[in-house]
Design a protein around this ligand. Structure first.
Ligand code: HEM
Length: 218
């Protein structure tokens, strides 16, 4: 009764629930885990670079190769367990089906064109096709990162997966490229959040006021 009243009062004040608690917690835990993964991963890369450059040491954690590996594995467990909670929740509650689908090439093309013209609308609680594709894409990228990481870590135990990715060296390249693509996603994602800061309010507190109903760039 009290809760129903609270909902009614919130609704009459024009406040809408946007992101469930589980989505918000898993999102921010994922951000923390990714930060640790990238910073320690860059330190591991520096010990045996694939290309003719190294990452600035100030942007890395772990101090030395062994320390960075410990950070990388610890954060990997956080990333994987948290990711599993997110995926199970998303499937169980139909969050993925109702918020990321439908997604067709036509919808994506239309929203890409709108985005180029700076006219794409962002209704609170409804992802546009560009967002749907980006979020599904980054979930796929994280799966590739974990799979290629496992192939690098245990190339013997996970040899069929390693063979599929191109062996140990292939897995290193795939892992690096997936990291770069994930960082491209994060950069664009954060720029979009800066352009439409009200989305941050709902990802932090779960709710959004009715003043947030105008369209915008996201
Ligand atoms: C400081 C960094 C980040 C900020 C400020 C941020 C902010 C946000 C916000 C505000 C939303 C909600 C968008 C909306 O309601 O329209 C969102 C959703 C999302 N973000 Fe981030 N994000 C960050 C980092 C990341 C990272 C590192 C990833 C993954 C690698 C990520 C993946 C996602 C996904 C998949 C969603 C959709 C969640 C869902 O509805 O299931 N974000 N983010």
């Amino acid at each position: 009764m009290g809760e129903a009243m609270a909902v009614t009062q919130a609704e009459s004040a024009g406040i809408r629930k946007i992101h469930p608690l589980t989505i918000r917690w898993t999102h921010w835990i994922n951000v923390f885990a990714m930060l640790l993964m990238v910073a320690s991963g860059w330190r591991i890369y520096n010990a045996a670079p694939l290309f003719a450059f190294k990452f600035p040491i100030e942007l890395t954690i772990g101090g030395w190769l062994g320390g960075a590996l410990q950070w990388h594995f610890a954060a990997m467990w956080l990333l994987v367990v948290n990711g599993a909670v997110y995926v199970v929740y998303g499937l169980w509650t139909r969050h993925f089906r109702s918020n990321f689908l439908p997604l067709t090439p036509q919808m994506l093309w239309r929203d890409c064109k709108m985005a180029m013209r700076g006219k794409i609308s962002h209704q609170p609680g409804v992802y546009n096709a560009v967002q749907r594709a980006a979020y599904l894409g980054v979930i796929g990228l994280l799966l590739v990162l974990v799979a290629s990481g496992l192939a690098i870590w245990k190339p013997v135990q996970f040899q069929s997966m390693a063979a599929l990715i191109g062996g140990y060296e292939g897995a290193r390249l795939v892992h690096f490229l997936a990291m770069v693509m994930t960082l491209v996603f994060i950069t664009v994602h954060v720029v979009m959040v800066i352009l439409v800061p009200r989305t941050l309010r709902s990802m932090l507190g779960g709710r959004m006021g009715s003043d947030a109903n105008e369209g915008g760039l996201q």
